[in-house]
Design a protein around this ligand. Structure first.
Ligand code: HH2
Length: 302
């Protein structure tokens, strides 16, 4: 499955959106899915420390589900530019107790990690998705997930979180990201992972300048050639601050605009901090889109 050999699609075809196998959940993607972010880290860029205590984390997860989250994504290590890596036992001690409480909550629980040992422990506890910003490239990561049927997020990242913003370079950022993801999907599938378990993510803010992020969002439709659901994480990111002049605490409007731009270009899963507002924005988008489709059907049958 090289980039050149991939089937091409003509724009966004919601009816053709594939589903996403996530362990015991089969997520249909005929509606856009919201992945609510639950950062249990003391140093996350957007909500650092707020949900590190167990009670606060559980309450926030339940609130996000009430507000319409389809997935809860638990992260125990900040991946913001320049973040200091944490040892796996520290990351596990943050994530696993929360997962233990949330595993029966009725929606898939995703674990945002690159650590194979944590992947294994989380899958044993009932996690349904492994969201790895390093695309299972750490030694042992592929083996940790291969035998399960959990969902997988493969994300593009140039470099490593510690250094990724120093000098990101691309020939054409959309083409380069697409080719990289195509190759990674192929490698992961060749290792024995079923394609229907994979969602792809262009990795906004991960080894990209603000301009690269804008170009990537503008050209997101071109990632449809990968043939896998597209997940995006744009919520509160610094490129939105660059465009609006707003600090991280005041990027809700920008995050909603960015989510809709991504969805308009075919993203089917949005990773967000502000679930209720995103659900409302998507409801407007979805209702208007359906009305547009109905008009086309009415015209064709008239
Ligand atoms: N972004 C962040 C973390 N995990 N996973 C995916 N698949 N896509 C993303 O864009 C993505 C991600 C960074 O955002 P956040 O979790 O809010 O911050 P931090 O890493 O500082 O906790």
């Amino acid at each position: 499955m090289t980039a050149a050999a991939l089937p091409t699609t003509r724009g966004f075809e919601p009816g053709a959106a594939p589903g996403w196998r996530c362990g015991r959940f089969a997520l249909s993607l005929d509606i856009v899915r919201i992945m609510g972010v639950l950062n249990v880290t003391p140093d996350s860029f957007s909500d650092g420390g707020r949900f590190a205590a167990m009670d606060a984390a559980l309450a926030h997860a339940r609130a996000m589900i009430d507000q319409g989250a389809d997935i809860i994504d638990i992260g125990g290590e900040s991946t913001r530019p320049g973040a200091v890596p944490v040892p796996v036992d520290v990351e596990s001690a943050r994530v696993l107790p929360v997962l233990r409480e949330l595993r029966g909550i009725g929606v898939p629980v995703s674990i945002d990690t690159s650590q194979p040992a944590l992947m294994r422990a989380a899958l044993e506890l009932g996690a349904s998705i492994i969201n790895d910003v390093r695309s299972l490239r750490r030694e042992g990561a592929l083996e940790a997930v291969r035998a399960s049927d959990c969902g997988l997020v493969l994300m593009h990242l140039q470099g490593d979180p510690a250094t990724m913003q120093l000098q990101p370079q691309y020939r054409d950022v959309v083409d380069d990201v697409r080719a990289w993801l195509a190759q990674r999907c192929e490698q992961v599938c060749q290792a024995g992972v079923a394609p229907e378990r994979i969602a792809v993510d262009p990795g906004f803010g991960f080894g990209k300048t603000h301009r690269h992020n804008r170009q990537l969002l503008a050209g997101l439709e071109r990632l449809h050639a990968l043939g896998r659901p597209i997940l995006v994480g744009l919520s509160r990111k610094s490129s939105l601050g660059d465009m609006t002049g707003r600090p991280v605490t005041q990027r809700l409007a920008a995050s909603l605009a960015a989510a809709l731009l991504a969805v308009e270009r075919g993203a089917r899963i949005v990773r967000v901090h502000d679930v209720a507002a995103t659900r409302d924005a998507l409801a407007v988008w979805e209702n208007v889109r359906r009305e547009g489709q109905q008009e086309t059907i009415d015209e064709e049958t008239a």
